[in-house]
Design a binder for this molecule. Sequence first.
Ligand code: ADP
Ligand code: MG
Length: 681
Amino acid sequence: MASLYKISIDKLNGIGKKRAELFNKLGIYSIGDLLSFYPKGYEDWSSTVKIESLQDGMNVCIKAVLGAQIKDGVLPGGRIISKGMVYDDTGTLQLVFFNNRYISAMIHAGEEYYFYGRVTGGIGGWQMISPTFSPVGEGSKIHPIYKQTAGLNSKIIANAVKQALSYLPEKVNDPLPESVRSTFALCDLKYAIHNIHFPNNSESLASARKRLVTEELLVLNLGMRSLKEHSRGESGVDITKSYFDEFKELLPFTMTNAQSRVVGECISDLTKGTKPMNRLVQGDVGSGKTAVAAAVCHTVIRNGFQAAFMAPTDILARQHYKTFTELFKGTDIKTALLTGSMKESEKKAVRAELENGDISFVVGTHALITEKTNFYNLGIAVTDEQHRFGVSQRAKLLSKGSNPHLLVMSATPIPRTLGLVIFGDLDISIIDELPPSRKPVKTYAISTLKRKNCYGFIKNEIAQGRQAYIVCPLVEEGELENVASAEEYAAELMLNDFSDISVGIVHGHMKPAEKDEVMKKFADNEISLLVATTVIEVGVDVPNATVMTIENAERFGLSQLHQLRGRVGRGKYDSYCFLISNNRNPETMQRLKVMCSTNDGFKIADEDLKLRGPGDFFGERQHGLPQMAIADFADTKSLELSQKMADFIIFNYKNLYHDDLRLLRAEVDRLFSSNGHNCLN
Ligand code: ADP
Ligand code: MG
C-alpha cells in the first residue's frame, strides 16, 4: 500500500493532466491518496420506495422499468434535455437529464433499473432530475458518494477509485499486525479498502469502517503518546515554597473558592518535587482563569524561575500583558511583551533580557516559540485558550526550558474520551464557579426589523456610562472584501444611529499597533461602541461593556456565540446579548433558542455537539490535532477502542520500533507530518 503513494494519479485511464489537477484540488496526488479518499456518504439502494408512496422532495431509490426510449430535445440556449418515462406496478415517473448526450445509449426501454435521486411533483406527475441509476441485479446496492469539486463529480471519482483498486497487490501489507487484528476483531486492510468504497452489503461496510476508523485513531493515539515521551522528562523544575498568600495581597479582588482550590492543586503539583506539573485548567468564559495562571506563575517566579505565558492572538497577549504589569506593579517582577508584530529592535531587546534572566515574566504570541527566543531558566509554560494551539506548539514552548511545568487553560469543554487522547497524562482542574455578583447575560434573538430597537437600547446603556460591542455581519477573517464591509458598516453607524457616540472598529487586517490603540481606548472607555469582527472572540476582557450584538448570528456555531457573548457580563452590571438573524431554518432557530435559554458553557457545548454533529464541533482544526480522513472525534466508542489497542500494542511490543510495527510507525509519521506536526522525527 505504501508504494501506491508513489504512483501518480495520472497513470489511471481517463485522467490526463487537466483532470489530475482537479484531483489535486481534493488533495489527491497518488493512487494511494485516492484509495484513502473515503466516501463522505453512501446512497443506499437496498430499500426502494414504490412510486405511489413518493413524497415531494424525498431523496429515494425507486425500482422501475423504462417505458420507451429516452428522447433528446434542445432547450433555448442550446442545452440538451433528455426525458423518459419509467413505471413500477404502482405508478409512473418522468426522468429528466440535462446536457448528457449519452444518456439515451445508456438505458434501454423495457429494462428494469434502480434510479436514485430527489423526486419533485405530485398530482401533476412525479419527476426525478438527473438521477443516478444502475441495472437491477448488478453489483452492490450501496453506492459511494465522494466529496466533489467543480468539474469532478462523485461518479468520475468512483470510476477512478474502481481502477485504483486494481493496483492493490494480491497481498496487501497490513500496518496492523495479525495479533492486533484478531484480538480486536478487525478485518484486514485489503478487505477494508474494497468495502469502504464499494461495500458488498451494509455489514461489510460496517466492518470496513470499524477497521479504518480505529486504525486512524490508533495512529493518532500512538503519535500523541510519543509526542509526550519526547517532551516530558522525569523531574521538574525545583519549586520549594508557595507564595500564594503573598499573591493574594496583590489582587484587587478576592478569589472565588474554585479559583483558590485550583491554584492550590497547581502549587501542590509544583512543590511535589517529582514529575513536572502537567495540568489543564478548564473554566467557562469569565470564570477567572487569568488570575489563576498569574498566581501559579507568581509562585514559580518567586522561587527564582522565569514564566512564559502564550496567548493565541495579538490583542489577547497585549491585554494580558497590561493586566500582569498592573498586578505586579509594586513588586520587583519584571514583565515583558513579545509578539511578532513588535519592532525587530524591541523584540531583540526583550529576547536578550529573557536570555540573561532580567525578565522574569513574558507574555506573548507564537513569537515565544520561534528559534530566536531563548530563556535563562524557564520554570513554567502557560498556554491560554489551548484549543487555538497545536499540540506541537505546546511541546515547542516546553522545549525552551529543561522540564518546565506546564499549565494549559481552556474554556472549551472537551468530551472526556477525546480529552484522554489529546491530553493523555494531563491532570485536570475545573473552575466550576463564577466570581460573585456575576449575573447571567440576558439573551434575545431578534430579526433585522428590530435592529433599530437594539440600537436604541445600546444608546441607552451608553448614556448610563456602559459600553457595547457589535460584531459585524461577516464571518471569514482574512477576506479583504469583508474588511471593506466592516469599515463601511462602522462608518454607517457613525453617520447615522450613533453620530453622537464615539465608535471604534477593530478587525484582523489592522496593524497590531492600530488594534492595540483601539482596544486601549475601548478599555479606557474613550470608545463607547466597538464594531468588531470575530478577532474579539477569545479572551477580551472589558468589564464595563454590557451589550453584545451579533449580526448574522446564524453564521456562528453555538460555542462561538458563547465565546462572543462571554465578552459581556464580566463586571457588576446587568448585561445583554442580541442575536440578530432573519434565518428561519429550524436548526438555526434551535441554536438561537439554546443561547437564549442558558449561560452554561458545558450545556452549550453538549447542545453544539448534538446539533452540528461531531464533525464540526471543534471547528476548523480548532483542536490542534491532525486532520482525520475517516475518524470522528466525538465517536467515543471508537476512541475507547483505539485507546485499548494502543495499550495492547505498548504492552506487547514495548515501543513502536519492533519490526512488526514498521508499517504502523510509518502511518504515525505520515499522519503527523502531513499536518505540519513534524516533531516526531
Ligand atoms: P476567563 O476565565 O474567561 O479567562 P478572566 O480571567 O478574563 O476570565 O476574568 C474575567 C474577569 O473577571 C476579569 O475582569 C477579572 O479581573 C475578573 N475576576 C476574576 N476573578 C475574579 C474574582 N474572584 N472576583 C471578581 N472578579 C474577578
Ligand atoms: Mg481568558
